[in-house]
Write a protein that binds this ligand. Structure first.
Ligand code: NAD
Ligand code: UDP
Ligand code: UDP
Length: 343
């Protein structure tokens, strides 16, 4: 245990040495709601390395202290255990508003809480942005397009969402969160940015949050059956988390004020993913079919013309490279949990 602690201290020193120094004029005070989660923690890493003052507000529903632990103790970093359903009074320049359960099993677990977080929580963060005259970026989602009839999906498409289905708490929650952003922009002149994020994967995804990439990797690593829901001919397009983080930061600091898709346009069927991951892990798992999920979107692929044009952004990380990093992460997580079972 002592060795482990010494190793951590050494690693921390190395990371802290990389933090840029910004003068008072360039240094921003940044709030990240949901900053202890998967995407949020990678955003924290980048903004801290860039030299900003970062405050995380998180209720740890799906987020973990461990994701941001390495920053606790750094003078530019603050962690607040806070549920955004309650008002928050702090002084900041920018708000990255990411707090919301994101994977279908998580947001369906307590749909009312999902709705409250996306509605009351978003109003609170907009109220905060309005009071401090700051800028808020909403982490919206490709789910606002529902089960799309237009393919690929451009931002002009209004979507095809079942308002009373099992995914509605999330889809409609994010849709009204977007509405709120534009209402505050219009009525209160609050500065808002809206990112419509498509499926994202990478290290620090929760082991059992039930998303397809984490499920397939874990199943492959443990030689369990790989569970394809339905026929596996539904498609998704996956981006690696560091690509998303660079897009979010570019969008926050751009002058572009309409919603913008952030995703990787490379599209695959879920069955292709199952085979790809199985091959990359190299296990002997059988691929089996399970019943289809209700209202599961049949295909999804972003049109990223806007992001290319206005942010000069496009994804850079190759799928297989990102997958390898994610497989390595889960491999470590598994040995870690085995280790802690033994001790
Ligand atoms: P995540 O579950 O890892 O992170 C969400 C974070 O929000 C967690 O740390 C959680 O504890 C926190 N949170 C939830 N409710 C809260 C509340 N009421 N108050 C305070 N904190 C709360 O999910 P993620 O994948 O990192 O997603 C981050 C954001 O990006 C979400 O808003 C999600 O809707 C959006 N998004 C993600 C994806 C994706 O593929 N990962 C795709 C589209 C949109
Ligand atoms: N709010 C907050 N932090 C702030 C300012 C406001 O959490 O710094 C919350 C406040 O509780 C309110 C919501 O944001 O419920 C919306 O604020 P707004 O000023 O738009 O509404 P009002 O206070 O006039 O109802
Ligand atoms: N999926 C699957 N097996 C799993 C988990 C998910 O076949 O173990 C499918 C799911 O039905 C959906 C796709 O993979 O069609 C992506 O699911 P995920 O929950 O990752 O994200 P979504 O895009 O649906 O929000």
């Amino acid at each position: 245990a002592l060795n482990e602690r010494l190793k951590n201290i050494e690693e921390r020193k190395k990371i802290y040495a990389e933090v840029k120094f910004l003068t008072y004029k360039d240094r921003k005070r940044i709030l990240i709601t949901g900053g202890a989660g998967f995407v949020g923690s990678h955003l924290v890493d980048q903004l801290m390395l860039d030299g900003h003052e970062v405050t995380v507000a998180d209720n740890f529903f799906t987020g973990r202290r461990r994701n941001i632990e390495h920053w606790i103790g750094h003078e530019n970093f603050e962690l607040i255990h806070h549920d955004i359903i309650n008002p928050l009074y702090i002084e900041v320049d920018q708000i990255y508003h990411l707090a919301s359960p994101a994977s279908p099993p998580n947001y369906m677990y307590n749909p009312i809480k999902t709705i409250k977080t996306n509605t009351i929580g978003t109003i609170n963060m907009l109220g905060l942005a309005k009071r401090v005259r700051g800028r808020l970026l909403l982490a919206s989602t490709s789910e606002v397009y529902g089960d799309p009839e237009v393919h690929p999906q451009p931002e002009e498409y209004w979507g095809h969402v079942n308002p009373i289905g099992p995914r509605a708490c999330y889809d409609e929650g994010k849709r009204v969160a977007e509405t709120m952003c534009f209402a505050y922009a219009k009525q209160e002149k609050t500065e808002v940015r809206v990112a419509r994020i498509f499926n994202t994967f990478g290290p620090r995804m929760h082991m059992n949050d039930g998303r397809v990439v984490s499920n397939f990797i874990l199943q492959s690593l443990q030689n369990q059956s790989i569970t394809v829901y339905g026929q596996g001919d539904q498609t998704r397009s996956f981006q690696y988390v560091t690509d998303l983080v660079s897009g979010l930061i570019k969008l926050m600091n751009s002058n572009y004020t309409l919603p913008i898709n952030l995703g990787n346009p490379e599209e695959h069927t879920i069955l292709e993913f199952a085979k790809l991951i199985k091959e990359q892990v190299g296990g002997s798992s059988p691929i089996i079919k399970k019943p289809a999920m209700q209202d599961d979107p049949s295909r999804r692929k972003p049109d990223i013309t806007r992001a290319r044009t206005y942010l000069n952004w496009e994804p850079k990380v190759q799928l297989l490279d990102g997958l390898q990093k994610t497989i390595d992460y889960f491999h470590n997580e598994l040995s870690r949990s085995k280790h802690s079972e033994r001790n």
